[in-house]
Write a new protein. Structure first.
Ligand SMILES: *Cc1c(COP(=O)(O)O)cnc(C)c1O
Length: 473
């Protein structure tokens, strides 16, 4: 046996190599309130319930109670009524998937169901469509605002449509789709409408209270039948908690599962999971109670101020602009200057201790760097700006990354649908990553390579990459 202290020391050493989850320098993946004591509270609450099993709410009534409390809090924030119900899930992807599943199950007469998605809808809906065999009908968004176009969305609805989706806001550009207009189009056809407020749901209502012009996007809008909101984003809860709300219980039924066709217990599940840790639920419950409405208002104010300041700093840098006018806390910065390689800017930010997330070009959306801004960014905007200034200057000096002609030709010849492990190995070797060389410090060359691969090939290449990363020993 190893002593508990030794094990924890080992774990701390492993964690030291990760991106920091506090301090606001990791501008994707993590959400930092900056509040003292919140980590300790959520860790303690997590520990109190981590061994309890949400599989049976009658055996663990504390989990049932806390789940109902979380759903009730989300419902109150998002315009729910006395009929609103919901489920706590493991995250945004699961919430979005369950919205698709419930819509499919709610329309058993439709043999080949479709879901109408703006091209900016989160990839979670493509995952849902893939796993649940619902066909995605992807509708282009406005090329300037990157908002979904209500007329095109309505035009894409037909007799096979089981669900229409819009974002509040979209992850890639941080813009709010015209929810009311899209919902009206769905309602006119008697089709369900899901609002993906995974990232905006816990902060945009507070922005409205702070005086920002934020149109209604929840159940106050006629025609909205479900809304997802992630607690592990702007509710600043530990990972593993999201809420999917439905306008009424009839709409939710389709994602409940009961399995009595075996000799064991009747498996009764409200979400995709069966055994379900009480940890994330209890942690979220504790964080919500502790921070409270006034606390969230203050955190929203800090995030909003940080967004405005960082946005001004970015646009003041010669050569940089935002892809779209942001409606929330997400910025996508880009350039029209061929002398600035954004993948190199991302690497340069990395060497200065900041993580920004590269997003590849897609349709009218150019290659860009995504920033998720949280309350913890308030106060260090100038530091961010100087790092970005220096990174852009360094990228200009380095010049654009050019993909080796041989590699480009090899990529052009690869067939995504028959890509083999051997071919992928050859590509890695050509890119200097063969033979277990591990991840390079700089990603610009790899990103430049992925950027010229068609999306389907990029998906396949990265799947192969996962297969190599996840190897025991
Ligand atoms: C984050 C996000 C999701 C997916 O959430 P996960 O918690 O990462 O699974 C879905 N939609 C939007 C708009 C998001 O921002």
């Amino acid at each position: 046996m190893s002593s508990a202290d030794d094990v924890l020391a080992e774990l701390r050493a492993l964690r030291a190599a990760d991106l920091p989850t506090h301090g606001g320098r990791t501008l994707a993946y993590v959400y930092d309130s900056g509040l003292d004591g919140l980590d300790e509270l959520s860790a303690a609450a997590h520990a109190l319930a981590a061994s309890a099993n949400g599989l049976d709410p009658t055996a663990f009534p504390s989990l049932l109670r806390m789940e109902n409390d979380l759903v009730s809090a989300a419902s109150e924030l998002l315009g729910g009524t006395a009929r609103t119900v919901g489920s706590v899930t493991s995250g945004g992807t699961e919430s979005c998937m369950l919205a698709v599943l419930a819509a499919r199950e709610g329309n058993p007469g439709i043999a080949e169901p479709t879901v109408v998605l703006p091209s900016t809808a989160h990839a979670a809906f493509h995952k849902a469509a893939h796993l649940f065999r619902v066909r995605p009908v992807v509708v282009p968004v406005d090329p300037v605002t990157f908002r979904a176009d209500p007329a095109s969305m309505a035009g894409a609805i037909d007799d096979d449509t089981v669900l229409v989706v819009a974002s509040a806001p979209s992850y890639a550009h941080g813009v709010l789709d015209p929810i009311a207009e899209i919902a009206a189009g769905a309602a006119a056809r008697g089709v369900r409408m899901h609002v993906d407020a995974c990232i905006g749901g816990w902060i945009l209502p507070y922005f409205r209270r702070l005086g920002r012009d934020v149109p209604e996007f929840g159940f106050a809008v006629d025609g909205v039948t479900s809304v997802s909101v992630d607690l592990h984003k702007y509710a600043y809860c530990p990972k593993g908690a999201s809420v999917l709300l439905h306008a009424d219980s009839e709409l939710r039924r389709g994602h409940f599962f009961a399995g009595a066709g075996w000799p064991g217990y009747t498996m009764l599940n409200s979400t995709l999971q069966s055994t379900r840790s009480g940890g994330p639920l209890a942690a979220a419950w504790a964080v919500l109670r502790h921070v409270g409405d006034d606390g969230y208002l203050g955190l929203a104010r800090a995030a909003l101020e940080a967004v405005e300041e960082m946005r001004a700093e970015i646009t003041a840098i010669s050569g940089l602009r935002l892809v779209a006018e942001p409606d929330s806390t997400l910025l996508a910065l880009t350039t029209d200057d061929d002398g600035i390689d954004l993948f190199t800017v991302a690497d340069e930010m990395g060497t200065r201790g900041w993580y920004v997330q590269p997003q590849f070009a897609h349709g009218d959306s150019p290659v860009n760097l995504h920033l998720t801004i949280t309350a913890a960014n308030r106060g260090s905007e100038a530091e961010f700006a100087s790092a970005l200034h220096a990174s852009v200057a360094a990228a200009r000096t380095a010049g654009p990354v050019v993909v080796d002609e041989g590699i480009a030709a090899f990529l052009a010849d690869l067939d995504p649908d028959s890509l083999s492990e051997e071919e992928f190995g050859q590509l890695l070797a050509a890119a200097g990553m063969g033979g277990g060389a591990g991840l390079p410090d700089r990603m610009a060359e790899i990103n430049a390579m992925l950027a010229i691969a068609r999306p389907r090939l990029r998906e396949r290449l990265l799947q192969e990459f996962l297969g190599i990363l996840y190897r025991p020993g």
